[in-house]
Design a protein around this ligand. Structure first.
Ligand code: UDP
Length: 234
């Protein structure tokens, strides 16, 4: 597999073309941003940990029948993935109130949801990822009805798989964000990453935050939290 030119650089990852037109390489950076890019920093070792953690979750989900873009790990910071066109929709699943949900609805952080909450956000840095619903998605042709049904089914199934897996490791999956892509053949598959950058993980007993909230809220022990997640998975 030959690495070719950069296709795209995001806040936490760089995408490279390869000699295979249907495969890309994802490179995971240590750069961290929060509050729509207003807060910037680096989390030393994050790129390697998020690469490994994401690969681990993608492999687990594939075993449970969820199609993902993950092919294999190539190096400590790189994975080989299927080329997709990312849908401009961020899919968020929540089991416990935290972050923007707690704020918007005036809920105490930690309030359990009686059933998982599914939310959609428009992927737009300029607009700060505004929340949208299915009507916006159809009106703006962001996804077809079949595609949106697939997103919702996969997102809720992923929530069940990951929540159960993490519970065995004494972790609560509070909430997380997913991104999906369309393959050349038109199939919807899970893409992007699943890591402490994109999920809230709490220790099941102490409720200690083991995710990017340590960076967002200047809680300290950021690197250690990411390492602890990998330790519990491996
Ligand atoms: N999230 C993300 N990228 C975003 C926004 C949110 O990965 O651009 C994740 C976030 O880490 C959390 C979940 O989605 O696990 C819900 O985030 P929330 O809406 O509470 O916003 P936040 O408090 O992260 O700004």
């Amino acid at each position: 597999m030959e690495k070719r030119e950069q296709v795209y650089e995001g806040k936490a990852k760089i995408v490279y073309r390869t000699d295979d037109p249907e495969r890309y390489i994802l490179y995971f950076k240590d750069d961290a941003t929060a509050f729509n890019g207003l807060k910037k920093g680096t989390i030393s070792g994050k790129g390697e940990l998020n690469n490994r953690i994401s690969a681990h979750f993608f492999a687990l989900l594939e075993e449970h029948g969820i199609p993902t873009h993950f092919e294999k790990l190539l190096s400590p910071r790189e994975m080989l993935v299927k080329k997709v066109t990312i849908l401009p929709i961020e899919v968020v699943v929540r089991n416990i109130a935290a972050g923007s949900l707690a704020k918007r609805l005036g809920l105490a952080e930690g309030t359990p949801m009686r059933r998982p909450v599914l939310e959609f956000y428009l992927k737009s840095d300029e607009l700060g990822d505004p929340m949208i619903n299915e009507y916006h998605i159809y009106a703006l042709s962001l996804a077809s009805e079949d595609e949106l049904k697939t997103l919702a089914d996969y997102a809720l199934k992923i929530n069940s798989i990951l929540s159960a897996y993490l519970a065995e490791r004494k972790l609560e999956l509070v909430d997380f964000k997913l991104e999906f892509g369309r393959t050349a053949g038109g199939a919807i598959i899970l893409a992007d990453e699943i890591s402490p950058d994109t999920c809230r993980f709490w220790d099941a007993e102490t409720k200690e935050k083991l995710d990017k909230d340590r960076f967002r809220r200047d809680l300290g022990g950021v690197e250690e939290a990411y390492q602890e997640i990998w330790r519990r998975l491996s």
